[in-house]
Design a protein around this ligand. Structure first.
Ligand code: SF4
Length: 248
C-alpha cells in the first residue's frame, strides 16, 4: 500500500455518480482480475475505491471485522453493508454495533422488506425450517440485491480456504446475477493470516467464534461444531444447503 494510491482512492470517492455500464464493468474485471490476483488485500481495496469511488462498498457478516478494518484504514468512512435478517444472534448484532461505534465506517444496515412477524403471517411460522432457500431469498438475497443497486462493485470476505466451493473465488470477478464487480480481497488468505491480522491489529471478533461457532449465520440455522469438524458444517446442519445464495 502506498500513500499516493491511498490518496487517489480517497480523492476519487464520489467521482462516478452514474456508474458504469455492465460492459465497462466486465472490461475492468477481465483486465484487473489477473493483474490483482497476487496483490495484497490493501492494494486490492485501494484499486476498487479508486476505480469505483463511492459506488464501491464492503459487506460484512460480522463474524469478524477484518475486512471492515482493512477497508476503513484504506478508505475512511467507507460503506460497510450488513444484512440484518432479523434472525441474528445477539452477539452478531453486538459486533455490528461495536464496528459502527469504533471504526471509521458508514454502517449500512439492510433489512428485508418484511419483518419476521410479517413473513410468519404470509408464509407461516419458521419458514427457515420448511423452506430455507425461500427464507434466504427473502431475507438475504433480495435485500442485498436491492442494497447493491447504488453500487458498481462490492467487496466480500470470501476466502478460498473456507469451503471447497469457494476455491475459485476470484480476487476481482464478475457477479453476473447482480451485474456487479465482486471483489474478494481476502480470497488468498489462510486461516493463520486471518488470526495473525486479528491479533496484530486488535480487530473486533464476534465472541461466538471462540464458543464453537467458526462460521456464523442466522441463529436458527447455525449450530456449534465440534473440534476438527468442517467449520461450515454448523450451517443449515442436517440439510443439503451449504450457501445462502448471495454468492451463487
Ligand atoms: Fe432464514 Fe436461516 Fe436463511 Fe437466515 S440463514 S435467512 S433464518 S433460512
Amino acid at each position: 500500500m502506498t500513500a499516493p494510491a491511498t490518496e487517489a482512492a480517497r480523492n476519487n470517492r464520489g467521482s462516478h455518480p452514474g456508474g458504469r455500464s455492465p460492459e465497462e464493468l466486465r472490461e475492468l474485471v477481465s483486465h484487473w482480475g489477473a493483474e490483482l490476483e497476487l496483490a495484497p488485500a490493501e492494494v486490492i481495496i485501494e484499486w476498487a475505491a479508486a476505480t469505483f469511488g463511492d459506488r464501491f462498498c464492503v459487506t460484512s457478516s460480522m463474524a469478524d471485522a477484518v475486512l471492515a478494518d482493512l477497508a476503513s484504514k484504506v478508505v475512511p468512512g467507507i460503506d460497510v453493508v450488513f444484512l440484518d435478517t432479523g434472525y441474528h444472534f445477539a452477539e452478531t448484532i453486538g459486533t455490528r454495533d461495536a464496528v459502527e461505534a469504533t471504526m471509521d465506517v458508514n454502517l449500512v444496515n439492510v433489512t428485508p422488506e418484511q419483518s419476521v412477524a410479517e413473513q410468519d403471517a404470509e408464509y407461516g411460522k419458521d419458514l427457515f425450517r420448511r423452506d430455507p432457500d425461500l427464507c434466504c431469498a427473502l431475507r438475504k438475497v433480495a435485500p442485498l440485491r436491492d442494497a447493491l443497486a447504488g453500487y458498481d462493485a462490492w467487496a466480500t470476505g470470501l476466502r478460498r480456504a473456507e469451503t471447497h466451493n469457494r476455491v475459485i473465488a476470484p480476487v476481482v470477478g464478475w457477479d453476473a446475477k447482480k451485474a456487479k464487480v465482486k471483489v474478494s480481497p481476502l480470497a488468498r488468505w489462510t486461516d493463520q493470516q486471518v488470526d495473525d491480522y486479528i491479533r496484530d491489529n486488535g480487530v473486533l471478533v464476534n465472541p461466538l467464534t471462540y464458543d464453537g461457532y467458526p462460521s456464523i449465520g442466522c441463529a436458527p440455522c447455525t449450530r456449534r461444531v465440534a473440534p476438527g469438524e468442517d467449520p461450515r458444517s454448523g450451517r443449515w446442519a442436517g440439510t443439503n444447503k451449504t450457501e445462502c445464495g448471495i454468492h451463487s
